[in-house]
Design a protein around this ligand. Sequence first.
Ligand code: CA
Length: 408
Amino acid sequence: MYAKTEEIKVLRDPIHGYIHVSLQVIWDVINSSWFQRLRRIRQLGGANMVYHCAEHTRFAHSLGVYEIVRRMVSEVADIADSLNEDEKVTLMLAGLLHDIGHGPYSHAFEQVTDTSHEDYTCRIIEENTEITEILEKAKKNLSHEVADVIRHTGANPLLSQIISSQLDADRMDYLLRDAYFTGTAYGEFDLERILRTLRIHDGRQLVIKESGVYAVENYIMSRYHMYWQVYYHPVARSYEYLLHALFNRLKDLHDASDPSVIDLLAPIALSRKMTLENYFALDEFSCGYAFESLTKHPDPVLSDLAKRLRDRRLFAYSDTKAIDIEELKQKLRAAGFDPQYYLGKDLVSQKPYVPYTGNDAGAIWVRMRDGSTRELSNASNIVYSLIHGPVQDDNKVFYPAEAMKKEL
Ligand code: CA
């Protein structure tokens, strides 16, 4: 019932070989201006400051998630058999659109603007945008059905498991893609083996066959390594802190009459509620231009932070335990740096896998050879040890290195 494209469209991709599109509605979404906007938003916030080829975009990742979902609904026999045509299309669209609401520099931006990309994702799908129109034209109510899968409020929970759980198409794509573009081998795992051993249990639950446990262990380990080596790399965090400081300084100045706070950044500077139109205009290209103009701003803090961002003059970092924060603050002040902007702290911690504890956090289930199911940590010694060890965390403080060179 969904119109097909005239021919199968193929888009070359270094992770999946090709992305295959044969439905008009998918093709139309890809060609919409909201989806094309994702070309202007990178997948990894600050990691390209460490791994210089990590410039890949949310556009590429979204296509990759779609392709994994497409393969799941057509090549994984259990999934193909248990979903109807409508559910398959809804699921492919949910995979394609799951990140449509991401803003520039994801995390720093979300914190400062107090927005969440999940909210924007559903708004962009449902609130009368070009995307809404494309979906509703393909089938009445489709926009809400796609948003329901992303929100986990749909009628069939299996659909949400496939695009967001601890073994989902989203993570499978970003781990492989981020590993490829950072050049780190840790993120690699055997996607083909996972797809080959995926099953549906009782018509409702995604499970992995017992013989696929090693591939899943490898996937969990790759996630663990990618967090510490890439996503939580202190240099990436230092870059994100600079963004955070710049946005905060912009907000603290919040002078609406200031002509140098260009229109683009006004909703952030003035903490105004953002319209979808404002949101659309904010991407990493337009923000890059805005930051460039802020390098000439009369406020010395704002212009200095903008220059540091542009030229990658990042803050140094130390373990919180290794430094006396009060002494550091004094040194910063003595060197003319306001600690409110020139001293950042952050704590990151990560659990590579969260076991099932009564409420479902998208745990991974294994179907044993005798037909029973077990939660992954009861089926894998490696995962069991990983979750029963101490939680690993990393507490860092960020500051301009030159302040430390000055003696008090
Ligand atoms: Ca994603």
